[in-house]
Design a protein around this ligand. Structure first.
Ligand code: GLN
Length: 533
């Protein structure tokens, strides 16, 4: 039988619910349990695919092609949990299911209401990961206790808990215990009030995890226990970590949260061995041996979350190469406006990430030209690969007008063009080429070498445009080789520049599959090349 853990948040947003939930999953998995994870998001978009990264951070893509919240990236990175379409439900998706059923006459003349129809649909989503292969599902509820939008979700998990029973389900509330400088004190009142809001709607947290800047004293634990109605041993401190988010599970394990959860859920404790994880964190802390500077030239640079998985993947490769990654976040438009390339001249490697729309394209092309001409290791991802092809066509083939039809429908040299399958697509939601597809690699290339000379790989995608095959011969003829394609050879998945130390670009998004204990091969070899520079 699958047991359920629900994680809610209080006081303020951005407390790191996703990292906390993922850390718990990592610990439970290291104790030998099979864990699934999901996030319930209160906004009305059916998925975050249509949202600007400025609104929502990066869109994380699963193997099965779901466009999801970036917290799912934490779930996969920390816990190696495989996420899917069932791992992210929004208010929009829940309502859309209910309304579709209503139009089909599925409610047999009934009046369709938030309770019970919307809450039943939410409960169905929570139960959708139940299976004999899954011991525990961790469900994170987006938003903050007290938000109007999260109410139906909170009511649904209250009902779910009521039905499943206290031995089979558990509420964790993540809260903030702020330090007030003027008073020189830590304050528990916001947490008391936040738990009060939950109690009002019938949810009594079993475990309180407190985000703090400073160490909590015994009096804080006692006060929180008494006023939040939680056993004192179930009040957990989650203090800001010093070096890396990957320290969080170690800190939670020190306080045996995982053990307390298992006791509460009547599951046997089993042994915990996180030596691999501790060794990885030790490598982060001690890796001051070398520093490698990577310029990431993008268009959503001011928001760190917009390129979350890219930055994480760079860090993973850094850990594996015992180097600290110094990321230069370069706004493409600033590079475009600058006279020379001073902004990226300190870079040991240049990365151009994915994106949509024409803002910042000239800056990205300028960075790629600089990398190509100065033998700087380069990794282009999705739009980054498309830009590498455009730059090459313009500056090496001499086709000044070369472009993607995403930016210029009338380009005389449309080296990047809309995929055939996308030609009549009008609906913008979930209609791109999404998720895992196979790619065949050419031998004796930097691309294949990164993957240990594998001939077939699988990577995740999110794009509408592709390399225009009409230009293959001309582009390859001048040295930008196609080194990865779909198995039928028709769709270009990877290109690589000959005569350059390491210039590789891919149509897919390798960053989504990088893990702290298993860096992605392309990021790993990109960093290796940058270290050699
Ligand atoms: N805008 C490009 C496309 O749709 C690239 C997408 C991306 O970088 N994810 O093909």
């Amino acid at each position: 039988m699958t047991k359920h853990i629900f994680v809610t948040g209080g006081v303020v947003s951005s407390l790191g619910k996703g990292i906390t939930a993922a850390s718990l999953a990592m610990l439970l998995k290291h104790r030998g349990y099979r864990v699934a994870m999901q996030k319930l998001d209160p906004y009305i978009n059916v998925d975050p695919g249509t949202m600007s990264p400025y609104q929502h951070g990066e869109v994380y893509v699963t193997d099965d092609g779901a466009e999801t919240d970036l917290d799912l990236g934490h779930y996969e990175r920390f816990a190696g949990v495989v996420c899917s379409q069932a791992s992210n439900y929004t208010t929009g998706r829940i309502y859309s299911n209910v309304i579709t059923r209503e139009r089909e006459g599925g409610y047999l003349g009934g009046t369709v209401q938030v309770i019970p129809h919307i809450t039943d649909e939410i409960k169905k989503a929570v139960a959708s990961l139940d299976s004999p292969d899954n011991d525990i599902t961790i469900t994170e509820i987006g938003g903050t206790a007290g938000d109007i939008e999260s109410l139906p979700f909170l009511e649904a998990i209250r009902q779910f808990y009521h039905g499943a029973g206290a031995n089979n389900s558990l509420f964790i509330h993540l809260t903030l215990v702020p330090y007030i400088k003027a008073a020189g004190e830590m304050k528990t009142k916001p947490s008391q009030q936040s738990v009060g809001i939950l109690r009002n709607i019938g949810i009594v947290p079993d475990i309180l995890i407190c985000r703090t800047e400073k160490p909590m004293q015994d009096e804080h634990f006692a006060k929180l226990a008494l006023f939040c109605n939680v056993n004192k041993e179930f009040v957990i401190e989650e203090r800001d970590v010093e070096n890396s988010i990957y320290e969080v599970p170690i800190e939670l394990a020190r306080q045996e949260v995982d053990l307390k959860i298992l006791n509460q859920l009547h599951l046997e404790p089993r042994e915990l061995d996180i030596t691999d994880w501790e060794n990885m964190v030790a490598r982060i802390i001690n890796h001051e041996k070398s520093v490698v500077t990577i310029a990431v030239v993008g268009k959503y640079i001011s928001l760190r979350d917009a390129y979350k998985s890219i930055y994480e993947a760079l860090d993973h490769a850094g850990i594996n190469n015992d180097s600290k990654i110094n990321i230069l976040m370069i706004e493409a438009e600033e590079l475009e406006a600058a006279e020379g390339c001073e902004l990226i001249s300190k870079a040991d490697g240049i990365l151009v990430p994915g994106g949509f729309g024409d803002r910042g394209i000239p800056g990205k092309l300028k960075a790629i030209k600089y990398a190509r001409e100065n033998n700087i290791p380069f990794l282009g991802i999705c739009l980054g690969m498309q830009c590498a092809v455009i730059e090459f066509a313009r500056n090496v083939l001499g086709c000044e007008d070369a472009n993607s039809t995403e930016f210029d429908e009338n380009s005389a040299y449309p080296v990047i063009d809309l995929m055939h399958s996308q030609k009549n697509v009008t609906n913008k939601g979930g209609t791109m080429r999404l998720g895992a597809y196979p790619c065949a690699l050419s031998p004796d290339t930097n691309a294949a070498e990164a993957y240990d000379n594998a001939s077939d790989i699988s990577e995740r995608h999110r794009h509408r445009f592709e390399f225009n095959n009409d230009y293959r011969e001309a582009i390859e003829g001048k040295g930008l080789k196609i080194v990865g394609t779909s198995p039928d050879g028709k769709l270009v998945e990877m290109v690589e520049l000959t005569g350059h130390p390491w210039f590789v670009a891919c149509q897919f998004h390798p960053e989504f599959k990088s893990r702290p204990l298993k860096p992605h091969p392309l990021f790993n070899n990109f960093i290796k090349a940058a270290l050699k520079k």
